[in-house]
Design a protein around this ligand. Structure first.
Ligand SMILES: Cc1cc2nc3c(=O)[nH]c(=O)nc-3n(C[C@H](O)[C@H](O)[C@H](O)COP(=O)(O)OP(=O)(O)OC[C@H]3O[C@@H](n4cnc5c(N)ncnc54)[C@H](O)[C@@H]3O)c2cc1C
Length: 598
């Protein structure tokens, strides 16, 4: 994987050129590589050996405390000591001022080694970065800085038992207590937050929850919709303005842990806020400090959305990668079956390794095309985030990133899950046992289509918003980039694939228009997921063509990349026809079938 990562980063995306920009001027290709080396080493030594342990020794709640394997403590603290929690932050807050694309590439090693163990750090980094963008100077100093230093970890508390996809229906309530607290306007929160990753543990001395809650209107009622949703810092243990623990416990308590299919190493919690288990300041109610303005909580929470979604997509890719490498290794060693010749099989001849069977190669090539293509997609998007922050052409970068983000999140969640399924298949019966790692990768992976916006919600975002916004500006920005690749490919022996891609792009454009031709959202969006699938496959075909053009050498590495690209065009891209057909004719079946007919 390292060779592919380096190739994509430095040869294909020219990440080294970022050092010409002021923000990254103190870096060089060598410092970028050194960061990757450090991440690779910590992941190999502190994360990978304990991935199975984190799964089998699931977090356990004894009614008072949550217990985790010691290895999880050691791994997460090693991560914190590496400085990666603040990798992209300014030097003056203790950061490394790394480009997003290098930060993401470094984190890829941890996701591959043990995605669930890495969860605590990823959440903390996201939480603190959000506070850097929206917090007051003191909130940054007290909360964000201590999170970046690894002294405290953080969470994101959006979902509630009755409100997951539809955050406008959250019911956690925040009542103003003191407008002028130094840590920010102080509120008392009551409500329940469901599915909170990293919501309870004792890895660090404190946990800083970022919580969405509604401030009631003048009539005391919660305002319907997303207006009125505000964002609060709710520390598990209260702290003062010098970032010292006051010794008082906030009114946040763990109602219970969720017992999950996978991702078991990350605690997942139902948290009760303000139920009165603790009484800070002598009364019930969880103390929370407002971040930003009232009513702007969702906007602040989604400020880091691009990075968060690329992070989920990259995690999905790396789980796929882990399965691919494990099954490749197995396929090279497992003898089974003999060559079939016109004269039949020679039972006396030695068996061949299963990698020599065309069908096993098909499964490996499919995985290779999904995981390496997925890696290209995520790094490309991360590079766009850097372009947005430090480049010149912000408008077209923004337009392109907008339309790619639902794909960055969803495509690997679906296709690297398929990849993990194929990895199990390559191992046959052994793949289905817990004696080999591939079943865990599949279980861990299954989360990715659910969290950070479900598959269905991402599809609605793509077809309902992103491709139609500003008169289709995002789709046009993507088409322009795809066209550039097509033009370059037309001059090479990739011309047939270039033509195929041009036809696919036209088909996506045509289906988009037909889906919206009646202007009825319910009609257009009934087939949003098939649209997402076709769109994603078209994007991946484009990236594979672009990558194929960048490998010129006559090496096994280069031949492998070209084979995976050819596989994608031969076996995957043709699938879009079926997906787009139902979109274009606004197939009403799923929308119209009556509930009673099921
Ligand atoms: C392991 C795990 C970790 C998580 N970590 C966190 C966390 O740290 N913080 C946090 O706040 N949340 C977290 N979540 C919550 C996660 O974001 C939600 O589960 C997710 O948003 C879906 O919400 P839901 O589970 O209520 O499902 P629902 O919203 O009820 O969705 C159920 C199904 O209905 C579909 N659906 C819903 N609405 C629509 C619609 N309008 N149109 C079409 N289809 C629709 C969905 O796509 C889905 O397939 C986590 C979840 C899990 C499982």
């Amino acid at each position: 994987m390292r060779e592919t990562l380096d190739f994509l980063l430095f040869d294909w995306l020219k990440a080294g050129e970022l050092t010409a920009r002021e923000r990254f001027a103190e870096h060089s290709a060598e410092t970028f590589s050194a960061v990757l080396d450090t991440c690779e080493k910590i992941a190999r030594e502190k994360f990978a050996p304990f991935n199975r342990l984190a799964d089998t020794q699931e977090p356990h709640f004894d009614g008072e405390r949550v217990h985790l394997p010691q290895a999880t403590h050691d791994a997460t603290l090693a991560y914190a000591e590496s400085g990666m929690l603040a990798a992209a932050q300014d030097y003056d807050v203790g950061g490394m001022q790394l480009p997003c694309v290098i930060e993401m590439a470094g984190n890829a090693f941890f996701s591959k080694a043990s995605v669930a163990t890495g969860g605590y750090a990823m959440l903390t980094s996201g939480n603190a970065s959000l506070l850097m963008a929206h917090g007051t100077p003191l909130q940054r100093e007290v909360f964000a800085k201590n999170e970046f230093a690894g002294r405290w970890f953080g969470t994101m508390c959006l979902s509630e038992p009755q409100a997951g996809s539809s955050l406008s229906d959250i019911a956690t309530r925040a009542e103003l207590e003191d407008e002028s607290d130094v840590l920010g306007p102080r509120y008392r929160l009551t409500g329940n937050k469901m599915w909170i990753s990293g919501g309870e543990h004792e890895i660090t001395e404190n946990i800083i929850h970022l919580v969405l809650a509604k401030v009631p209107g003048p009539d005391g009622k919660l305002i319907p919709g997303t207006k009125g949703i505000s964002l609060f810092i709710v520390p598990k243990k209260l702290v003062n303005e010098r970032a010292e623990l006051t010794g008082e416990r906030n009114d946040v308590s763990l109602a219970g842990l969720n017992h999950k299919l996978g991702y078991r190493g990350t605690t997942n919690c139902l948290l009760n806020f303000g139920e009165g288990r603790f009484t800070p300041g002598g009364r019930k109610g969880a103390i929370g400090y407002l971040v930003g303005k009232p009513g702007e909580g969702l906007r602040a929470m989604f400020h880091m959305m691009n990075e968060a979604r690329i992070g989920v997509g990259l995690g999905a890719v790396m789980l796929g990668y882990a399965g691919y490498e494990a099954s490749l290794d197995y396929a090279k060693q497992r003898p089974q079956g003999r060559p079939m010749t016109a004269a039949g099989k020679d039972a006396a001849s030695p068996q061949r390794p299963i990698i020599e069977h065309a069908d096993v190669r098909r499964m490996l090539l499919a995985q290779k095309s999904y995981v390496e293509g997925g890696l290209a997609l995520e790094l490309y998007c991360a590079r766009l985030v850097d372009e947005l922050a430090t480049g010149d052409d912000k408008a077209s970068t923004q337009a392109l990133l907008d339309v790619l983000i639902p794909i960055a999140k969803s495509w690997p969640s679906e296709w690297c899950l398929e990849s993990n399924s194929l990895a199990i298949q390559v191992l046959g019966g052994y793949g289905y046992t817990r004696d080999f790692p591939v079943e865990q990768y599949w279980r861990d992976q299954r989360l990715n289509m659910i969290h950070e916006g479900t598959h269905g919600i991402q599809a609605l975002d793509l077809l309902g918003r992103k491709v139609v916004q500003q008169g289709g500006a995002s789709l046009a920005a993507l088409a322009a980039r795809v066209q550039q690749t097509i033009e370059r490919a037309m001059q090479t022996d990739w011309a047939p694939q270039a033509n195929q891609l041009a036809a696919a792009l036209a088909q996506v454009g045509g289906a988009t228009k037909k889906a919206w031709s009646t202007g009825e959202p319910e009609e257009a969006l009934a087939n949003a997921v098939p649209y997402l699938q076709a769109f994603g496959h078209t994007v991946l075909a484009w990236l594979w063509l672009d990558v194929a053009l960048a490998v010129a050498a006559d090496t096994d590495f280069a031949h492998g990349k070209r084979a995976a690209a050819r596989y994608f065009f031969a076996y995957e891209l043709p699938k879009i026809g079926a997906w787009l057909d139902v979109v274009a004719r606004r197939e009403p079946l799923c929308r119209d079938i009556k509930t009673e007919y099921f």
